[in-house]
Ligand binder design. Structure first.
Ligand code: TXA
Ligand code: MG
Length: 310
């Protein structure tokens, strides 16, 4: 076993915090069965308590440890997409601490695809509660360096698993109600989930049993982000420059997977260069484009201190 995994195990068992690489974004992990350890996550992130966290587990069998009344749809999706960027919301099992679920009677579960995370989860044997390892209000980290920049001394160890392969947070699907519903778009698409279940799946809605922290405005860079049609970008850039603003264009990759992978890194790069405004045109269409549009529109969303950020 690599020495860093050994160290991570010791930290987790002692109720400490680790930076955890996953294929989506880096997580800030703690022993999900230890409410004191879980409380440290909120302090480190500067996130108000009461936001539900995702419990990362080693394999689908562990669903039964954390959830109750598990529907057949959960096993189907787990078989099809785990390990991978899909989080299942299920009814909370009796042993799942309410500190992890933000007091909800549901729990979010995911088996991540990163080899280091999987090895750690297998050795640990329990669940690792982990939100994205960023400070409340900044973009999610996609490298170990981002985690160190954001959380520095508050994390006992950051496992470096290289840059994240997907780059956007997992898809969240709520299976705790009669009709499955996507709460957050991600790399596993609504269309793929419908195909796997052979049934209609609802998209995110305004009045959904809200995933707290999935409200507008998070994933936000410091610069103001404006979303425009491609044809409007040049004129708007000229306009802003003539007003003395420092303007950047967010590169739209032809390949959506590449765009997703690099989106948060790009936002960080632009922020380091102190741009006032970032102009971007969101990709059209379903699938991964929907997830990218979602993150861009949250990042562009109205800025209001009361709005929740994860
Ligand atoms: O890809 C990911 O999902 C990353 C990596 C680290 O796994 N994690 C992540 O965690 O994005 P976080 O905390 O930044 O976002 C988790 C989302 C939040 O919007 C939260 O509200 C939602 O999951 N969530 C967690 N438990 C829930 C529940 N029981 N019901 C509804 N939504 C839930
Ligand atoms: Mg987050």
């Amino acid at each position: 076993m690599p020495e860093t995994i050994q160290k991570a195990l010791v930290i987790l068992r002692a109720g400490g915090l680790i930076g955890l690489p996953t294929e989506t974004v880096y997580g800030l992990g703690a022993d999900a069965s230890n409410p004191l350890a879980v409380a440290k996550i909120f302090t480190a992130k500067g996130r108000p308590a009461g936001h539900p966290l995702i419990v990362h587990i080693a394999d689908a069998q562990a669903i039964a440890v954390w959830a109750r009344e598990v529907p057949e749809t959960a096993w189907t999706l787990a078989r099809r997409f785990w390990p991978g960027p899909l989080t299942l919301v299920l009814k909370r099992g009796a042993k799942t601490p309410l500190e992890v679920t933000g007091g909800l009677d549901t729990v979010a579960l995911r088996v991540p695809r990163h080899p280091l995370a999987l090895q750690l989860l297998k050795e640990f044997g329990g669940g690792i509660a982990a939100p994205s390892a960023n400070k409340f209000g900044s973009v999610s980290p996609t490298t170990a360096e981002h985690v160190r920049q954001d959380l520095g001394a508050t994390v006992d160890l950051v496992l470096d698993g290289g840059p994240c392969e997907v780059g956007l947070e997992s898809t969240i699907v709520d299976l705790s109600q009669a009709t499955p519903q996507i709460l957050r778009h991600g790399a596993v698409t609504l269309e793929q989930i419908e195909a796997a279940l052979d049934q209609v799946v609802l998209g995110p809605s305004q009045n959904q049993t809200q995933a707290p922290g999935s409200h507008a405005l998070h994933y936000a860079p410091k610069a103001r982000l404006e979303l425009l049609e491609p044809s409007q970008i040049q004129a708007r850039a000229q306009d802003l420059k003539s007003q003395g603003q420092k303007v950047a264009l967010l590169a739209a990759a032809a390949d959506l997977e590449v765009m997703a992978r690099e989106l948060y890194q790009q936002m960080r790069n632009l922020d380091e260069q102190n741009f006032d405004v970032i102009l971007a045109s969101p990709p059209q269409g379903s699938g991964l484009a929907a997830a990218i549009r979602d993150r861009l529109s949250r990042a562009a969303g109205p800025r209001h201190p009361q709005q929740e950020q994860a």
